[in-house]
Design a protein around this ligand. Structure first.
Ligand code: ATP
Ligand code: MG
Length: 339
């Protein structure tokens, strides 16, 4: 979550830099490759169809875009605004970030001054409230009134990651669009498109790892790609794992297999090696171990036991225990569980 926030802040910083006359080559890729047409938005065919219809009919209800990070919510809101208003979209579209603009007062003041004048073209203006799940319940109650007051001149598009954090009265005022995680096929399409345009090579294994580590978050995929391509023009699996500071699944798998075979010392040494060489924390390792358990060639019950042990160790690490001692004890418990 934290990493995601940093990426996002970095993106908006570079967006500003671009406004001040940055060249295409030095643009951040998430902006450079942000779809500008409905047809370029990957996944979500039903959502895109409905959004297109709003533009065609020049009318739309308030909308709530809900779904995981980097799945295209902001992108779609921007396309809707641009298509709705044409060249004058900037005057008719206000983007507010609920978590930056802490108090609802700021939001209300900005909304009020924006909504006071009539739309330049089109029947109403559009206000896009990003990260609206960061608003407190009280702020949401206030927003509910604001939405009602300005319905005549404005439509709201709210975006959030978790829709249950949005109070019911707001949800019932909006038409809810649920964005899904983008699948591997779509993620791979983006990667190949960018590779072609930026003229670098990326092998299939690297594409596969990128899909695995990003969990459908395209912002993350594109940021990792940009960082990798600045190091090498031949991206492989190792480049990806170097950038993201995550343990390579193959390394973790071999540590686990050594432990399950009973070679405690070998497993421990390999673990130490991976941790030190790649500068990984205990928590990084636990997450990777947890994921890799499902790929081991052992019985289902044994997998469950190991997962339970991981949970215990993770808890101790979060509480502040020593990383290496806890991981060693985890390896020991794997060996004992197998016996
Ligand atoms: N469906 C998609 N098709 C093509 N590109 C996408 C899609 N979704 C995201 N992207 C790429 O990822 C970047 C980030 O997407 P976007 O800002 O729309 O995410 P978001 O859903 O608003 O995420 P958040 O919840 O973090 O605000 C875009 O600039 C674009 O390059
Ligand atoms: Mg967004």
């Amino acid at each position: 979550m934290l990493r995601h926030k940093i990426y996002k802040n970095f993106s908006s910083f570079l967006k500003m830099a671009k406004v001040k006359g940055q060249k295409e080559e030095s643009m951040i890729w998430t902006e450079k490759y942000r779809p500008r047409e409905f047809s370029e938005v990957l996944g979500h065919p039903e959502i895109v169809k409905r959004a297109k219809a709003f533009v065609q009919n020049q009318n739309m209800p308030h909308l709530l875009f809900s779904g995981p990070a980097g799945s295209g919510k902001t992108t779609l809101a921007l396309i809707v605004a641009k298509k709705f208003f044409g060249p004058s979209w900037n005057e008719n579209f206000l983007e507010l970030n609920a978590s930056d603009e802490r108090g609802i007062d700021v939001v209300r003041r900005k909304v009020k001054s924006f909504a006071r004048t009539k739309a330049f073209s089109g029947p109403f203006k559009i206000i896009f409230l990003d990260e609206s799940d960061a608003l407190t319940k009280e702020a949401q109650q206030a927003l509910r009134r604001t939405m009602e007051i300005f319905t005549g001149t404005c439509r709201f598009i709210l975006s959030c990651n978790i829709s249950s954090k949005i109070i019911d009265p707001i949800q019932s005022r909006c038409s809810v669009f649920r964005f899904k995680l983008l699948d591997k096929k779509d993620t791979a399409k983006i990667i190949e498109r960018i590779a072609k345009q930026e003229k670098f090579k990326i092998n299939n294994k690297a594409i596969e790892s990128l899909c695995d580590v990003s969990h459908g978050d395209l912002r993350r995929v594109i940021n990792i790609l940009q960082a990798s391509a600045s190091i090498t023009k031949n991206i492989d699996e190792n480049t990806i794992y170097e950038i993201i500071a995550e343990a390579k699944p193959a390394d973790i798998k071999s540590i686990l297999e050594l432990a399950l075979r009973g070679s405690f010392l070998d497993a421990r040494n390999k673990l130490l090696d991976v941790m030190l060489k790649q500068g990984l924390s205990g928590l990084d390792i636990i997450k990777a171990v947890q994921r890799e358990i499902w790929n081991l060639n052992i019985k289902e019950e044994e997998k469950l036991k190991l997962v339970e042990k991981c949970g215990e160790t993770e808890f101790r690490l979060v509480e502040g225990s020593d990383d290496f001692i806890q991981l060693e004890s985890l390896l020991a418990s794997f060996i004992l569980a197998k016996k």
